[in-house]
Design a protein around this ligand. Structure first.
Ligand code: PMV
Length: 318
């Protein structure tokens, strides 16, 4: 039986999480060392419309019809079927696996949707443009998370560093020098939707201060874009530290994340900050390649449950 499979990588946010929800620019990069995968195969012995979903990592083994209508997997499948003009899906089995930690700031929900949308379209025998894949994943995120900026679905669909402003076409970002990042997972799961909702309440209660912090974060993202394009990596680290301080001032950090950020800096990182929704999940440290091992070790001693080293490649010169 032919299997149609597709993958989507994780992502991290280098600058501007939360501020991006309020129209400020942000920078995100894909992380290919963690991936979501969807594999779709026909199930000719099952009746038309019977979609069997399996996600062994999370103990899911069910018929699509038995899941609630607002489940993100149901949404991804029904929105894709409607985009492909398929009123009744052929019987199929969908197997989802992922090495992306959930609720950790890696964009795992968007990556799962994107792998699923792509594999389903391949199974049906139609091609979807990147823009349509990204938009379908955005629609799933909207119903799932409330008020997403669209940065996760964009960076994961296009699989390249992006400078992103909500509601505008993204700008691909090409680093002049490779960026080596150490990612540390605090091990604390945190719901991005809940933190975004808290930040909204803060924004309502303390509008001027919150707005000023967002504007400063936007300014950092603009400066970071220039530094990344110019290959000025040391200065970029300092901007990350300032971004973390601003996120802290808005209560988006946590003692665990602060401890990891401090440990990374003490071990020689050029800069460090939380990444993603905050209050848990990941932090990132920008490092020189030789110091990556020492920073990883320091993060683990300071409580990181997992660490990864990833490199954002420089543009090809030629
Ligand atoms: O927690 P993550 O990796 O999904 O990142 C969320 C980023 C936010 O700016 C907090 C929300 C958004 O929609 O941009």
């Amino acid at each position: 039986m032919t299997a149609f499979s597709a993958t989507a990588s994780g992502k991290i946010i280098l600058f501007g999480e939360h501020a991006v929800v309020y129209g400020q620019p942000a920078i995100a990069v894909p992380v290919n060392i963690v991936q979501a995968r969807a594999v779709v195969t026909a199930a000719p012995r099952s009746p038309a419309g019977a979609v069997h979903l399996m996600a062994p990592d999370v103990g899911l083994d069910t018929l699509l019809a038995d899941l609630p209508a607002d489940d993100p997997l149901v949404l991804a499948i029904t929105l894709t079927a409607s985009q492909l003009n398929i009123p009744r899906l052929p019987a199929m089995e969908i197997r989802l696996t992922s090495t992306i930690p959930v609720a950790a700031g890696f964009g795992s929900s968007a990556a799962t949707s994107i792998a699923l949308i792509r594999a389903l379209a391949a199974f049906i025998g139609q091609r979807l443009s990147q823009a349509v894949v990204s938009d379908l994943a955005y629609q799933v995120e909207c119903r799932h998370h409330g008020n997403p900026s669209g940065i996760d679905n964009t960076v994961i669909t296009y699989g390249r560093p992006v400078y992103f402003v909500r509601g505008q076409p993204f700008e691909p970002l090409e680093p002049a020098q490779p960026l080596t990042l150490v990612i540390g997972d605090s091990g604390v799961q945190s719901s991005t939707g809940a933190v975004v909702a808290d930040v909204r309440r803060l924004h309502e209660a303390q509008n001027e201060q919150t707005q000023a912090a967002f504007q400063s974060m936007g300014e950092l993202a603009r400066q970071a874009r220039t530094l990344i394009q110019a290959g000025q990596v040391d200065e970029l680290g300092r901007l990350m530290n300032r971004n973390h301080a601003l996120l802290r001032s808005l209560t988006i950090s946590s003692p665990e994340l602060d401890r990891l950020v401090d440990a990374a800096l003490a071990a020689g990182a050029l800069g460090a900050k939380l990444s993603g929704g905050g209050r848990g999940g990941n932090m990132i440290a920008l490092v020189t390649e030789p110091s990556a091992g020492a920073v990883e070790k320091a993060l683990r001693s300071a409580g990181a449950v997992r660490t990864w080293v990833t490199t954002v490649n420089a543009k090809c010169k030629g």
